[in-house]
Design a protein around this ligand. Structure first.
Ligand code: APR
Ligand code: ZN
Ligand code: ZN
Length: 363
């Protein structure tokens, strides 16, 4: 039997989101229906609302979520009703060229639910990142559910579903930060701060945080930055070199997605160092640089898609580290809000007032 619940829908480009009754089908083969307990508000939700991702309105927003499996398709054997799960947008297929080469974190053919959730009049919804979790209940592919220790509260666990995982993974997966490394992170929002937390977890000896907002730098120090640089006042490249014995950092993580900060990242690394781009640029952005610098400086220029995470490997591990007090995930939650407050949360996000607002649902 399908169920009807409330969901946050973006009906048309740029218009404020609205709370709508949505119809969530009974799970079919390979699908799971999940009772959402908490879902963080991410920039990508706002990008959907603004028409910046695609034109497939109406969207059911929300994608950084934790919840409980409510019902399962007939053939699903690796999950049980009642399982506590984090939803992910990388349900790996196992058969694409990336999966077959043993690199499933690049999977080019990830699974989503096959059936569509709809509005009451039958209009099909496009769930944000194939999830759609600003709703009491959502329908996903079973592989989008990753079981974790239920001792972690949902508003914390759900963070790993997107932005915080992207930042952590940019450091520990893509950047391969390890004990003794020097690291710089440019842009200290939720993603950059997670990269800082990841670098600390991995044993970095120096972590330089760069931002243009002093409030953000204070937070960055809390998450583990050993040096902070306000790049409105101080040259970021010079400051990073100074903090790293004059050489530049082993790994520089760009967590904004802008040409000028990418250029800073490029020049702020040591010879043979690594740049990780986890910030997402817009289509109009370009960058002109001398080709010789690419050769002369060597090293690696990488991009981090969703922190190159493998949910089945990374989510349970990171939740365990959180439960041991080694990863302060709770400090990314700036506020918990109700399902009717998403539009207000977009506004706060826009003004840089929050790391994450998290919608909490009545159990
Ligand atoms: N130099 C330094 N810092 C900057 C600059 C700049 N030119 N411009 C912006 N910033 C800082 C902001 O002050 C803010 O602290 O970058 C940070 C960006 O953080 P958020 O806007 O909160 O974004 P976040 O959620 O962290 O995501 C960052 O990663 O996944 C992507 O789509 C996401 O592109 C976005 C990026
Ligand atoms: Zn695959
Ligand atoms: Zn997101």
């Amino acid at each position: 039997m399908s169920v009807q619940v409330q969901g946050v829908v973006a009906r048309s480009k740029g218009a404020p989101v609205s709370l709508e009754t949505i119809v969530v089908p009974d799970p079919g083969p390979g699908e799971a229906r999940v009772r959402v307990l908490a879902c963080g508000v991410c920039h990508t939700d706002l990008h959907y609302r603004e028409g910046g991702i695609n034109d497939e309105f109406p969207f059911l927003l929300g994608h950084e979520a934790a919840g409980i499996v409510e019902s399962l398709g007939p053939d699903v054997t690796d999950l049980a009703v009642g399982d506590y799960v984090i939803l992910n947008w990388r349900a790996v297929c196992g058969t694409c060229r990336a999966c077959l080469r043993g690199r499933p974190w690049y999977c080019f053919s990830t699974h989503n639910a096959t059936q569509r959730m709809t509005l009451l009049d039958g209009t099909e919804l496009s769930p944000a990142l194939g999830i759609g979790a600003f709703a009491d209940m959502t329908l996903v592919a079973s592989g989008q559910c990753t079981k974790v220790d239920p001792a972690a509260p949902p508003e914390v666990a759900g963070l790993l579903g997107c932005g915080v995982m992207a930042g952590l993974g940019a450091a520990i997966n893509t950047g391969g930060v390890t004990r003794g490394d020097t690291v710089a992170v440019i842009g200290c929002g939720g993603v950059g701060d997670a990269a800082i937390a990841g670098a600390r977890l991995a044993g970095a000896r120096t972590i330089v945080a760069v931002d243009i907002d002093d409030r953000k730098l204070e937070k960055a120090a809390h998450f583990g930055a050993t040096h902070t640089v306000n790049s409105r006042r101080t040259d970021a490249v010079e400051a990073i070199r100074e903090a790293t014995g004059g050489f530049g950092a082993d790994v520089v993580i760009e967590a904004i997605g802008r040409p000028e900060t990418y250029e800073q990242a490029f020049f702020a690394r040591d010879l043979a160092g690594t740049v990780v781009l986890v910030g997402v640029p817009t289509p109009d952005m370009t960058l002109e640089m001398p080709l010789l610098e690419f050769f002369g400086r060597g090293g690696a220029l990488k991009s981090s898609w969703y922190g190159d995470c493998l949910p089945s490997r990374d989510f349970p591990m990171l939740i365990d580290l959180y439960l041991q007090g080694r990863l302060p995930l709770q400090d990314f939650v700036s506020e918990t809000i109700g399902i009717a407050d998403v539009e207000a949360a977009f506004e706060k996000m826009h003004h840089g007032e929050v790391l994450r607002s998290v919608v909490v649902f009545d159990a």
